[in-house]
Structure formats: C-alpha cells, structure tokens
Ligand binder design. Structure first.
Ligand code: CTP
Ligand code: MG
Length: 236
C-alpha cells in the first residue's frame, strides 16, 4: 500500500451527554473559552498529518455553525447524519464519505469529548500503522489493580491486569475495513470501532496513547481537562 493514502479524522459529535447531565449537549460545554468539540477539532486540524476533519452532528444540531473555525486550517466540514448510538453516527459519517475517499485511506475516529489529544499520539498512530493492513487504536496499559464488585459492592475477585489496556481514541482504520466492520456490526452494542473490526476476525494494533487524552464523561472531569489544556498550551 502506498504512502500517498490520506488521513481523515472523523469526529462523532451527535451524543446527548446523558452521564454529564447538563441541558446543553456535552460536546458544547465550554472549557478554556471554547466548546469541547472545538478543542477536539482544533487538535486534529492543527496536525500536519491530518488531511481532513469531518464532524458528524445530530440532525437537529444548530450549534456547530456558531463555532469559531476561522483561525483553524480550512479542512473541516460537518454532516448532519448522526444516529442513535456512537457506532451508528460513525457508520453514517463513513457512508457520507463514499466516493470521496479510497478504501485504503485512513480514518481516525476521535471522540468530540476528548479535548486534550496530544499531537504525539497522532504521530505514533500514523507512524506505527503506516503500511498496516488493518489499523489500530490509541490505548494505555492498565496501571491500577482491578477489582470485580459483587452486588453488595464488596470485592468478589481481583482481576489480573496482565495484558489489559484501556482503549482511547483516535481509533485508526482503513476506510474499507472500518466500513465493512460497521456494516456488519450490532450498532446498539458495539462500543468502539476496534470492537467491530475484531468481530470480523481482525486484530487491531495497540498504540501507546496518553493519560492526558482523557474523555470528559462526568462534570468532575472538566477541572482536570482545563488544567491539562493550560499545561499543553492553549489554542484559543
Ligand atoms: N456520539 C455520537 N452519536 C451518538 C452517541 C455518541 O456521535 N448517538 C459521540 C459523542 O458526541 C461523543 C462520542 O460519541 O463525542 C463519545 O461518546 P460519549 O462520551 O459516550 O458521549 P455521549 O454518548 O454524548 O454521553 P453519554 O454516553 O453519557 O450519553
Ligand atoms: Mg455515550
């Protein structure tokens, strides 16, 4: 496969943020002066290896149009084709790219809710996976000792953490591989792109992520994300 393949970031941003629990969808929560989604898009658009950034919005999204994208590289476009689950949103985004991308082009799916993606993680994904037939994901080896709880919130078992990694995004796959995997997936149950690819009998590679690349899930995650953004250098 040639090195001329493109790297296209796909950002699912059609969720409601139910665990976050705010009236505004989580991806529009403001952090360090800009919405979470803006930060995720800016980190991707700033990286020289990324050729395009495609954002998948819910059908009734009216807020994306108000984002300040003027100062960013003009490689960003949005599509109002989000679905009921994250996997459905990603699949709709992939389908909307048919005819615009090649089967071997890389798709980097990245959560709108991860605003602190370090450039080095993209470097490692692009570098490690170049020439790979399948792709892989950013992830971190689990460091804590793991406990399985019983119904009474007491420890039922200690789970060996050997070989266990926590998945992050970006998850980077060939367009053709990822489209095929999601076309065959149970969209209500698959929780990440790699899971759908694994179900097709393929073995995605684990690429070292970064603890800074946290996902904002609960309001308590915002304070750490804000501190990380300051430490990483602000874009706004
Ligand atoms: N997402 C999406 N379409 C959906 C559900 C989620 O595009 N139907 C996106 C979210 O907007 C987010 C990413 O997938 O960028 C990761 O999802 P998550 O962090 O779980 O966000 P939400 O699904 O919005 O939050 P929650 O699960 O708490 O409702
Ligand atoms: Mg969710």
């Amino acid at each position: 496969m040639s090195d001329a393949v493109r790297h296209i970031a796909l950002v699912p941003a059609a969720g409601s943020g139910s665990r976050f629990g705010a009236a505004l969808p989580k991806q529009y929560t403001v952090l360090a002066g800009q919405p979470l989604l803006w930060h995720a898009v800016a980190r991707l658009a700033d990286h020289p290896s990324i050729d395009r950034v495609v954002v998948v919005l819910s059908r009734d999204d009216t807020r994306f149009a108000a984002l300040e994208l003027n100062g960013l590289r003009p490689i960003i476009d949005a599509r109002h084709c989000g679905g009921a689950t994250r996997a459905a949103s990603v699949l709709a985004g992939l389908r909307s790219l048919a005819g615009e991308v090649g089967a071997d082009d890389w798709i980097l799916v990245h959560d709108a809710a991860r605003p602190c993606l370090p450039a080095a993680v993209i470097d490692r994904l692009v570098g490690t996976l170049a020439g790979d037939a399948v792709g892989g994901i950013a992830a971190l080896p689990v460091a804590d000792t793991l406990k399985r709880a019983d119904a009474d919130t007491r420890i039922d078992a200690t789970v060996p953490r050997n070989g266990l990694w926590a998945a992050q995004t970006p998850q980077m796959f060939r367009y053709g591989v990822l489209l095929d995997a999601l076309e065959h997936a149970d969209l209500d149950h698959v929780t990440d792109e790699a899971g759908a690819v694994e179900a097709r009998g393929l073995a995605p590679r684990l690429v070292e992520g970064d603890p800074a690349n946290l996902k904002v899930t609960y309001p308590r995650d915002l304070r750490l994300a804000a501190q990380l953004l300051v430490a990483m250098g602000d874009h706004s």
